[in-house]
Design a protein around this ligand. Sequence first.
Ligand SMILES: C[S@@+](CC[C@H](N)C(=O)[O-])C[C@H]1O[C@@H](n2cnc3c(N)ncnc32)[C@H](O)[C@@H]1O
Length: 294
Amino acid sequence: MPVLLKQSVDGLVADPDGVYVDATFGGGGHSREIVSRLSPKGHLYSFDQDADAMNNMIDDSRFTFVYGNFRYMRNFMRWYGHEKVSGILADLGVSWHHFDDSTRGFSFRFDGPVDMRMNQKEGMSAADVLNDYPEERLAQLFWLYGELQDGRRLAQAIVRRRQNIRLETVSQLVETVRPVIGHEREKKDMAKVFQALRMEVNHEVDALREMLESTVRLLDKGGRLVVITYHSIEDRMVKNLMKSGNIEGQVETDFYGNRSIPFRNVGKPVVPDAAEQAANPRSRSAKLRICERI
Ligand SMILES: C[S@@+](CC[C@H](N)C(=O)[O-])C[C@H]1O[C@@H](n2cnc3c(N)ncnc32)[C@H](O)[C@@H]1O
């Protein structure tokens, strides 16, 4: 069930003849809606770094699937012959497919290998992070990416446990961190532990920074950037980019002190209404921001 589908695609597609990018194809919900709004001249390029997304391919001559990381979006688009595009949409994070697949390790609802790689062809798994990172670095990532106050105690528990076994499964991870997480907030904090590991494994912050900053040069004047985020770390980066053109949120000035701001915000941030939140629990933390290249 694509999140904020109408609001996001309404905000994105202004020119049916344009070239658009969906940075996060996933199940293809947003992509299908975008293609349906294009004329025979328009085109959509949709990225996903997870090979499983190819099972949802759209059979349409106006559609191209790009199997790759969105951090290289600008290079890919130049490869396809487009220096500029008319709009870019990103619906960040992982898909339901990831959460529902017990073999991928994204959810604590199922036992299985604690992997969490979106691209299973490369990189280290969450098990590698848990077993090989020094305690300090583990503590840091729980604090930075999970915003968990108990980051240090969580890291200590993991290091103690791995002296006896190599942590390989979701259940071993859950058993290890459960005593540190209070019973009251167990589900919420467990989700944050998983979020932090997933963000580290997939280099989500670096990939998002590179993708967001590349949109300044990739978007045509008047082109829209439409982003749906699911937690405050992503949202802060998007908000800063839209305010200043970089994720630090620092507005740059030229030699004469003129402020150079590449975007204009379009409307206020949008969250799903009560009906959407009830129908799709994943949408509860979603926030949509739209800006236009000036
Ligand atoms: C929330 S889902 C998108 C759902 C999609 N909008 C839909 O309607 O079905 C996010 C997707 O983005 C992909 N993804 C996340 N980070 C990525 C990255 N850096 N590069 C390419 N794809 C990425 C994930 O594999 C996942 O399939």
